[in-house]
Ligand binder design. Structure first.
Ligand code: SF4
Length: 357
């Protein structure tokens, strides 16, 4: 028996969805109903879309699908950070980290999402990077990852998924600028006020230093935040830690960042993972101050989260404090990032390696 290939609704913009409904003889407003079910209520079953006529639900079930990925496994850290393992249609697996932020009124969550299955960059301190690369995620899979995580989180917390996520950071598995078009397409859906509705300023795209991607982002009118995974301020060390540096050495990267700031007038965040005895010497602080002080920049210091099988170590609290003090004294705007989820291997650089997929 021939099975008809179903139309994937996830990743279809509203006008396209309206065209679909008109093409099957339904009014366009049905598309708006379905769009709300998908993006505001994280619903993948047409049978749950209770404001659609019964026959239409059945017809849609035969013709279409909404592939929000399932959460296969989850781990919860002692600080309530969660790590979800999600499965794509082709059985490839990715991880998403959900980090709580509480203020006096309520708790919201930052989702740290993946843009690729694995990562081709191969940073030497990163579990994902040492595990190799499998494929890019498509825009609808990136969006599905957010919806699947929202759905699972709201089920666990017994709260409305719509209000739970306040920020999205592309800092999970993968280098977003090596999947530029799909990542930007996914931002459309994350930001759409008729859908997931996360403000662009609450979306951060983090790159390991793909200068061509930075140039391209500067040419868009997106208001997303750009973050750079810096980790070293001299080329020799950065070549070893972040191999993207061999393609775009620091002078080229910094020129792209300066151009980006000039065009967008937006502050750039620099992420710096602190590796004991490797990149937190006084000379490293001095090099960073020289490089970043003239820029509109924030620096996030991240104490390394150890990965079994890799030689890097987390610095002592004294070394971390000393490095921080040097940078602040040098006039940089520095945050010492709170650690989240290191006990469940959900912290930066700890997501799936190949042997775990
Ligand atoms: S740190 Fe980021 S860019 Fe580097 S290998 Fe890991 S996932 Fe890829």
């Amino acid at each position: 028996m021939n099975t008809i290939k179903k139309t994937e609704f996830l990743g279809m913009k509203l006008p396209e969805l309206e065209d679909f409904f008109v093409s099957i003889g339904e009014p366009a407003y049905r598309a708006r109903q379905v769009y709300r079910w998908i993006y505001q209520k994280q619903t993948s079953s047409f049978y749950e879309m209770s404001d659609l006529p019964k026959e239409l639900r059945q017809h849609l079930d035969e013709r279409a699908e909404v592939s929000i990925p399932r959460v296969l496994k989850q781990r919860v850290s002692s600080d309530n950070t969660r790590k979800f393992l999600l499965e794509m249609k082709d059985k490839k697996k990715i991880e998403t980290v959900i980090i709580p932020q509480s203020n006096h009124k309520n708790t919201t969550y930052t989702l740290c999402i993946s843009s690729q299955v694995g990562c081709p960059v191969g940073c030497s301190f990163c579990a994902t990077g040492t595990g190799g690369f499998q494929r890019n995620l498509e825009a609808y899979e990136i969006v599905g990852q957010v919806l699947g995580s929202q759905r699972e989180l709201s089920k666990r917390l017994k709260k409305n998924g719509e209000d739970l996520i306040s920020n999205i950071v592309f800092m999970g598995m993968g280098e977003p600028f090596l999947n530029f078009d799909e990542v930007l397409e996914s931002v459309y859906f994350l930001n759409d006020h008729k859908g997931i509705n996360i403000g662009q300023r609450h979306i951060t795209i983090s790159t390991s230093g793909d200068a061509a991607g930075i140039d391209k982002l500067a040419q868009t009118d997106l208001q997303v935040t750009l973050a750079i995974s810096l980790h070293a301020c001299d080329n020799k060390l950065r070549d070893d830690l972040v191999p993207m540096n061999r393609k775009y050495p620091l002078d080229i990267l910094m020129q792209a960042i300066k151009n980006y700031i000039e065009i967008t007038n937006r502050r750039v965040t620099f992420e710096y993972v602190m590796l004991d005895g490797v990149n937190i010497r006084q000379q490293d602080a001095e090099a960073m101050i020289k490089m970043l002080k003239p820029l509109l920049a924030n620096v996030n210091l991240i104490p390394y989260n150890e990965v079994s099988g890799l030689p890097f170590k987390k610095p002592s609290p004294q070394s971390i404090a000393q490095f921080y003090k040097w940078l602040v004294a040098g006039g940089l705007n520095v945050n010492l990032r709170e650690e989240h989820g290191s006990d469940i291997e959900a912290a930066c650089g700890q997501l799936l390696s190949r042997r775990e997929r």
